[in-house]
Structure formats: structure tokens, C-alpha cells
Design a protein around this ligand. Structure first.
Ligand code: NAD
Ligand code: G6P
Ligand code: MN
Length: 441
């Protein structure tokens, strides 16, 4: 197996150190010769990078490591770019959450007006990453986690149609890991799943074991009582705000008893309850600033102060496994079946051909082949048509600099009650996002 060179874009991300640890644990399956980090915030990245440098020196000193804010240095000689930008960082996530709440509307990082605002910030920098990659490493793949993945994917489909970009999400696999645990399987990899939808907007239609036995009844029996909540120690998606979303799996199963729903549907189908229960002054962004972000940066500082990471708490996660498995499938033609965000092109028979959908694909050396889903029911189709129209209008608005299209995009979101409320939210978002959005007229 030829050794690969990896660039982590958004090197200062709270997830970077976990991905590095994961890659070092996986070297027998995915050999690496070089790890680089790139960010436009030098100070933030340096804190994570100095800790990663120590981790790499201790565990795999043969791997070359560097971090930089210079695109040429970053993007030259790479095989995979793993992107995880948060354009506007947590300060802007806080605005995405608080501004809609102020108007009585769900304020969420990737759903509704908050997700739309974040999308308008992310499109430009992600397209720029793709341009850098094509300039300095034209053979490389861009594997993108940066949110809102649905809007980013529609933008890359339209603006970089020939680029080697794959947009992905960890929510289905994190939920599958929970499902596996509640039915006493070792991991999600013991299950074969059928899933369809949009990013953060989808359903499992089938989950079977490797012998083809149906696991849905047993999983549904758990979800009918507890949703996706489980009593396991802290970790990703384990803080109280996430547990609330996990518990909503129960109501989502009542709404759609034939399938298992992605937790993100809560924000659309239980919008009133979400607004009623939310602490509008202390949102998820605040929880992370005081929690995950602080923990990661404290731990990185501790590693640097000790000059050693031998006792570090930084661990690999499902999130890291998924993106490295994807790189491995592309590098070594593993033909693994993975959920990716891809242009529909008939995979969902009765849905727009040019919609970006999240469905199983077979991944190999030449890219990926989406699997046929067939026809989907009216309820899901209707919800998805509305959501995908909203996402497409956001990209229209960004490309055309159109206030009208963005107003329509927000109006189209199921979480927004009227065009007037959409306009009020939009006007506040424009003020907050001046530094990041194109000028709208
Ligand atoms: P974070 O704020 O800790 O890290 C993001 C980093 O991106 C920061 O260091 C920031 O300086 C950098 N950045 C911002 N704009 C940039 C630009 N133009 N060029 C280079 N670097 C830039 O955020 P986080 O919580 O670790 O999340 C990172 C991203 O991953 C977010 O977009 C988040 O939504 C996404 N994410 C996606 C999934 C998924 O399922 N797709 C899962 C987890 C996280
Ligand atoms: C899930 C989603 C990601 C999202 C993350 C937010 O993993 O799939 O798209 O970024 O949750 O988690 P956070 O802890 O930042 O709220
Ligand atoms: Mn996601």
C-alpha cells in the first residue's frame, strides 16, 4: 500500500486532534507519510498543532508533520484534503442560534435560518479550498465535513461540477453506533443499512445483520421507549442538549413508524416544542465554548506543557473513523458501502434528479457509485422537496447576490411560520454576517 499525504483544513478544529490520533491507530490499514494542517487562524491552529506534533513524534516519528496558513505550502503534495472549516467560528454559530430564537423560530447550526446563514458564510471558503487543491494537487480528493453540508454540497455541485469533492456527515453513523450498542452488537459495521434523504434530513428503511436478519423490530422497540438515548459515559453527542435531541427519536418514530428517523428531523417536525424548551440566552454554541472547545484546548495546552501525550485523553471517534475509511476506500479500492451526499440522478426514482441527497454509495478507486433507492413515500418526498428547494435558493442567493432569493429560501424553511418572520430574521442576519456574506441587493 502506497503511503498517503493528508491535509487537514480547519486545522484549529476541535476535531483535528481526534482525527490525528485515529490515523496513527490505523496506519496498518491506511499508511500515511505526511500530515499537514491548514487554517486561516494562525494562533488557534498553533495550539492544536503543537499538541499534534508531540502525539505524532511519540507514536509515529517517521511521519512528516507541518502546519501552515500558506495555501501553497498546505496544498502542495497532498492526496486527501479533510476539510472541517467553521467559517465565523463559534461566535457566529452563537448568532445563527440566537437570532432565529429571538423571533420565536428554531435557532440551530444547520437547520432553518441559522443553517442558511452558516451556508452563506461557508460557500466561498469551501470553493476556495477546492481551487487551491486543484491548483497545487490536482489529483487529490477533498473530503468535506464542513457544515452546513447540504448547502455546501449543492454549492460544490453547481460551482465545481468537475472537482473531486465528496461531502459527508457523521450523524447517521453515530446513530448507527448507538443502535448497534442498544441491541448488543459490537459495532455498526455488523449491520447493513438502507437509508435515504437529504443531509440532516433522512430515514433508515432497513437495518439487517450480516446474515440478512431484520434488526429493525428490536431497534424500534428501544427507540419507542427511549428514543436514541442510552446510559453510557460522556462523549460526542452526550451533553444534555444532545440527549434531548436523542430522546426525540421516540416522537419521530410515532410520526413515521415504518422507518427510523435522523434526530435532525426533530427541528423540523417538532419545531414548536424545540423553541419552547430552548434556553435562548445559553444555546448549544455557549455549551460548546464552555465544554468541548475548552476541554480540547486545555488538553492540547497540557500536552505541550508536559512535552508528552502519553497519558492524553484525546481519543479517536466514529467521526474520525468515517472520514479515514472514506479516504482508505478511495486510496485502496475497498468498495466499502458508505452514506454520502451525492447528486440524485435517478437514485431516488420519484425525486428531482439534480437534488443533493444522502444515500448509500459504493466507494472505490475511481470515486463512488450511488445505489438505487427506488420510490419514496409521499410524506418524505413532500418534506424533502420543500427542504431541497430552500437549500437551492440559498445557493442562488449567494451566486446572484439576491436578497429576494434569500428571503424566499428562509420563507421556504419548514421551521419559519411566515414570509414576514423570514424577512425580520433575514434583516438581522444580514447585519450580523456583514463580514462574511456577499452584498445582497
Ligand atoms: P472549530 O471552530 O473548532 O474549527 C473550525 C476551524 O476552521 C477553526 O480553527 C477556524 O479558524 C477554521 N476556519 C474558519 N474559516 C476558515 C477558512 N476560511 N480557511 C481556513 N480555516 C478556516 O469547529 P468544530 O466544532 O471543530 O467544527 C468544524 C467543522 O466541522 C464545522 O463546520 C462543523 O459543523 C463540522 N462538522 C461536521 C460534521 C458533519 O457531520 N458533517 C460533524 C462534525 C463537525
Ligand atoms: C453531528 C452532525 C454534525 C454537527 C455536529 C454538531 O455530528 O452530524 O453535522 O456538526 O453534530 O455537534 P455539536 O457538538 O457541535 O453541537
Ligand atoms: Mn452532519
Amino acid at each position: 500500500m502506497e503511503k498517503k499525504s493528508i491535509l487537514i483544513a480547519g486545522g484549529g478544529s476541535t476535531y483535528t486532534a481526534g482525527i490525528v490520533v485515529m490515523m496513527l491507530e490505523y496506519l496498518d490499514k491506511f499508511p500515511v507519510r505526511k500530515i499537514k494542517m491548514y487554517d486561516n487562524d494562525e494562533e488557534r491552529q498553533q495550539k492544536v498543532a503543537e499538541a499534534c506534533e508531540i502525539i505524532i513524534k511519540e507514536r509515529a516519528p517517521e511521519i512528516e508533520f507541518l502546519y501552515t496558513t500558506d495555501p501553497e505550502e498546505a496544498f502542495t503534495d497532498v492526496d486527501f484534503v479533510m476539510a472541517q472549516l467553521r467559517v465565523g467560528k463559534y461566535a457566529m454559530r452563537e448568532q445563527d442560534e440566537k437570532i432565529p430564537f429571538k423571533h420565536g423560530v428554531v435557532g440551530q447550526e444547520t437547520c432553518g435560518p441559522g443553517g442558511i446563514a452558516y451556508g452563506m458564510r461557508s460557500i466561498g471558503p469551501i470553493i476556495q479550498l477546492a481551487d487551491y487543491m486543484e491548483k497545487y494537487s490536482p489529483e487529490a480528493w477533498l473530503l468535506n465535513y464542513s457544515n452546513p453540508a447540504a448547502i455546501v454540497a449543492e454549492a460544490t455541485r453547481r460551482l465545481k461540477p468537475d472537482s473531486k469533492i465528496i461531502n459527508i456527515c457523521d450523524m447517521p453513523i453515530c446513530l448507527e453506533e448507538i443502535m448497534a450498542r442498544v441491541i448488543n452488537k459490537k459495532s455498526r459495521k455488523e449491520m447493513d443499512v438502507q437509508y435515504f434523504g437529504l443531509n440532516h434530513f433522512g430515514w433508515w428503511t432497513s437495518i439487517k445483520d450480516k446474515e440478512g436478519n431484520d434488526l429493525m423490530p428490536e431497534i424500534k422497540a428501544h427507540v419507542a421507549k427511549y428514543g436514541y438515548a442510552e446510559n453510557t459515559p460522556a462523549g460526542q453527542h452526550k451533553e444534555e442538549s444532545w440527549l434531548e435531541a436523542m430522546r426525540a427519536g421516540k416522537q419521530l418514530l410515532e410520526i413515521e413508524p415504518d422507518f427510523l428517523s435522523n434526530t435532525y428531523l426533530k427541528y423540523y417536525l417538532m419545531a414548536d416544542e424545540t423553541v419552547a424548551h430552548a434556553n435562548k440566552d445559553y444555546t448549544r454554541a455557549n455549551e460548546i465554548i464552555d465544554g468541548r472547545e475548552k476541554n480540547v484546548f486545555n488538553e492540547c495546552a497540557r500536552i505541550v506543557a508536559n512535552g508528552s501525550a502519553k497519558d492524553t485523553t484525546i481519543a479517536s471517534s466514529e467521526h474520525a473513523v468515517f472520514i479515514v475509511d472514506l479516504a482508505r476506500a478511495l486510496a485502496y479500492n475497498t468498495k466499502e458501502r458508505m452514506l454520502l451526499i451525492t447528486e440524485n440522478k435517478g437514485a431516488i426514482e420519484n425525486f428531482s434528479s439534480d437534488a443533493m441527497v444522502e444515500i448509500p454509495c459504493i466507494v472505490g478507486k475511481d470515486g463512488y457509485e450511488p445505489m438505487s433507492v427506488g420510490k419514496i413515500p409521499t410524506f418524505q418526498k413532500g418534506l424533502m422537496e420543500q427542504q431541497v428547494a430552500s437549500e437551492k435558493l440559498v445557493v442562488d442567493a449567494w451566486v446572484e447576490g439576491s436578497y429576494q432569493k434569500l428571503w424566499q429560501a428562509i420563507t421556504m424553511s419548514k421551521v419559519v411560520p411566515s414570509a414576514q418572520v423570514a424577512k425580520d430574521i433575514l434583516d438581522d442576519l444580514i447585519v450580523a454576517n456583514q463580514e462574511f456574506w456577499p452584498v445582497l441587493s
